[in-house]
Design a protein around this ligand. Structure first.
Ligand code: CS2
Ligand code: MG
Length: 402
C-alpha cells in the first residue's frame, strides 16, 4: 500500500489544531495530530516543507522503518516540533494499517489489557467553594478521579484556572497574556483546598493536582509533605524536570505520588526519572512523543521500573490524539490514568469520533483504525488564529522561577 498524497490541515474550531492526512493508492487514508499549543505553524511547516515530500511513494505499512527514517534521517534529533511532526505521521500510519486490516488500533498494539480506560477531568474554581462544587458536578457524572485547581487568594490570575463561567482553555487568542505567581501564597492555599475536598467527598475519590512546574525542588518537597494527609492520586509537574536529578530531593521527603512528562518528547528526556524511580506516573503523550511507535518503547522502559503511564490529554490536542491515547491506554500493561478535558462542541463536529465516556471510564470504540475523522469542509470555515499560552511572572516581575 503506497502513500500517494499527504497534506496538513490547520483549523481553529474554538482553538487551533494541526491535522495530517495521509492518503494511499488503495483509497485508505489516515489522520495524525501534530498540534503544538502556541507553536502550531512550526509543526505544520516542518511537515509540509520537510517531511511530506519524503513520504510519497513509501509503503504505508512500514511504520517502524518510516519512524527510524524520520528520526535518524533528519540528523537533528528530539525536540517538541520534530517529535510532534513524527508523531503525526506515525499516528496516521497506524490509522491506515488499522483501517486496511479492518481492526481497531488497540488490536495492532497487542489487544485489550482492560475493559476501559480510567480518566480524570478538571475541576477549576475562583475559590475553594467553587472548585469543590465543580468536583461535585463531576462526581455526579460518575468520574472516579478529578483534578482540582483553584485561584490563589491575593493573585489576580492563576494559570490552569478557568475564567468565570467558561471551561478552562490554556491558550488565549492574540499575543500572550501574563499571569501572576506567588509561591508563598500557593503553598499556603493548596493544603486548605484538599482538606476541604476530603471533608466533603471522603477518601475514595481520586484527587489530583497540577503545579505546572512552578516550584523549586525543596518547595515541591514541602508541598508533597503538606498534602500527604489528603492522599492525592498524584501531584503533577511539582518542579521543572529538565534537571531530572532534582526529583531525588522531593522523593526523599514525601510519599505523595509524582507525575511528570507532558513537556517531554523522547525516551532520553525521561530516562533518569524512570530508571531511578523518581516518578510514579509518566505523562508523555502520543502526539508530542513521536507517536505510538515511540511511546510504546517509553512505556516498556517505564514498566521495568514500576512507573505507570498517565497521558496528557488536554483540549490543545485534537480528538485524533485523544483516540490514539485511548487505544494506547487500553492495550499497555502499565496504564495508570488518562487525562480527559472536554473539547468544545464545534471541535467535536469537525472531528467526528467513536470514543465514548461512561461512568468514569473511556473506550476508543471498535471502528477500524483510530476511529476519528475530519470534516474538511467544516474545518475550512475555521481558519488558524494566532494564540499563545500565558507567560508567568512572580509578583516582582521576575520570569525565572527555579
Ligand atoms: C496542563 C495543560 O493538562 C494539563 O495537565 O498542564 O493544560 C497544559 O498547560 C497545556 O496542555 C499546555 O499546552
Ligand atoms: Mg499539566
Amino acid at each position: 500500500m503506497k502513500i500517494t498524497n499527504a497534506r496538513v490541515i490547520v483549523c481553529s474550531p474554538d482553538r487551533n489544531f494541526v491535522t495530517l492526512k495521509i492518503e494511499t493508492d488503495e483509497g485508505v487514508y489516515g489522520l495524525g495530530d501534530g498540534t503544538l499549543n502556541g507553536r502550531e505553524l512550526a509543526v505544520a511547516s516542518y511537515l509540509s516543507d520537510h517531511v511530506l515530500p519524503c513520504l510519497i511513494g513509501r509503503d504505508a505499512f512500514m511504520i517502524e522503518d518510516i519512524w527510524q527514517y524520520l528520526y535518524r534521517g533528519a540528523y537533528w534529533r528530539r525536540g517538541p516540533v520534530t517529535m510532534a511532526a513524527i508523531g503525526a505521521v506515525d499516528m496516521a500510519l497506524w490509522d491506515i494499517k488499522g483501517k486496511a486490516l479492518n481492526t481497531p488500533v488497540y488490536n495492532l498494539l497487542g489487544g485489550k489489557s482492560r475493559t476501559g480506560v480510567m480518566v480524570y477531568t478538571h475541576a477549576n474554581g475562583r475559590d475553594v467553594e467553587e472548585t469543590s462544587d465543580e468536583v461535585a458536578r463531576y462526581v455526579e457524572q460518575g468520574y472516579l478521579a478529578v483534578r482540582a485547581q483553584s485561584a490563589i487568594p491575593g493573585l489576580a490570575s492563576t494559570y490552569g484556572v478557568a475564567k468565570s463561567g467558561m471551561s478552562y482553555e490554556p491558550a488565549e487568542r492574540g499575543l500572550p497574556s501574563e499571569s501572576e505567581w506567588s509561591t508563598t501564597k500557593y503553598l499556603l492555599h493548596v493544603p486548605v483546598l484538599f482538606e476541604q475536598l476530603r471533608l466533603r467527598f471522603g477518601n475514595e475519590l481520586h484527587l489530583l493536582h497540577d503545579c505546572h512546574h512552578r516550584l523549586t525542588p525543596i518547595e515541591a518537597a514541602r508541598l508533597g509533605k503538606s498534602v500527604e494527609p489528603y492522599s492525592l492520586f498524584w501531584l503533577e509537574d511539582p518542579t521543572p524536570a529538565e534537571l531530572q536529578a532534582s526529583l531525588r530531593l522531593m522523593r526523599q521527603h514525601t510519599t505523595t505520588p509524582i507525575a511528570i512528562g507532558e513537556v517531554f518528547n523522547s525516551i532520553w528526556d525521561v530516562q533518569q526519572l524512570i530508571t531511578e524511580q523518581l516518578i510514579d506516573y509518566l505523562r508523555m503523550t502520543v502526539a508530542h512523543s513521536g507517536g505510538l511507535t515511540h511511546l510504546r518503547r517509553v512505556a516498556d522502559l517505564a514498566a521495568l521500573y514500576q512507573v505507570q503511564m498517565g497521558s496528557h490529554g488536554p483540549t490543545d490536542l485534537s480528538p485524533v490524539s485523544m483516540a490514539a491515547a485511548l487505544h494506547f491506554d487500553l492495550s499497555i500493561p502499565n496504564f495508570g490514568i488518562q487525562e480527559y478535558m472536554h473539547h468544545s462542541s464545534t471541535t467535536n463536529e469537525v472531528f467526528p469520533h467513536g470514543y465514548s465516556y461512561h461512568a468514569g471510564y473511556m473506550h476508543p470504540g471498535d471502528a477500524p483504525g483510530l476511529g476519528v475523522d475530519i470534516d474538511e469542509k467544516l474545518a475550512a470555515k475555521f481558519p488558524y488564529q494566532r494564540a499563545y499560552l500565558p507567560v508567568n511572572r512572580k509578583l516582582d516581575g521576575t520570569l525565572y522561577n527555579w
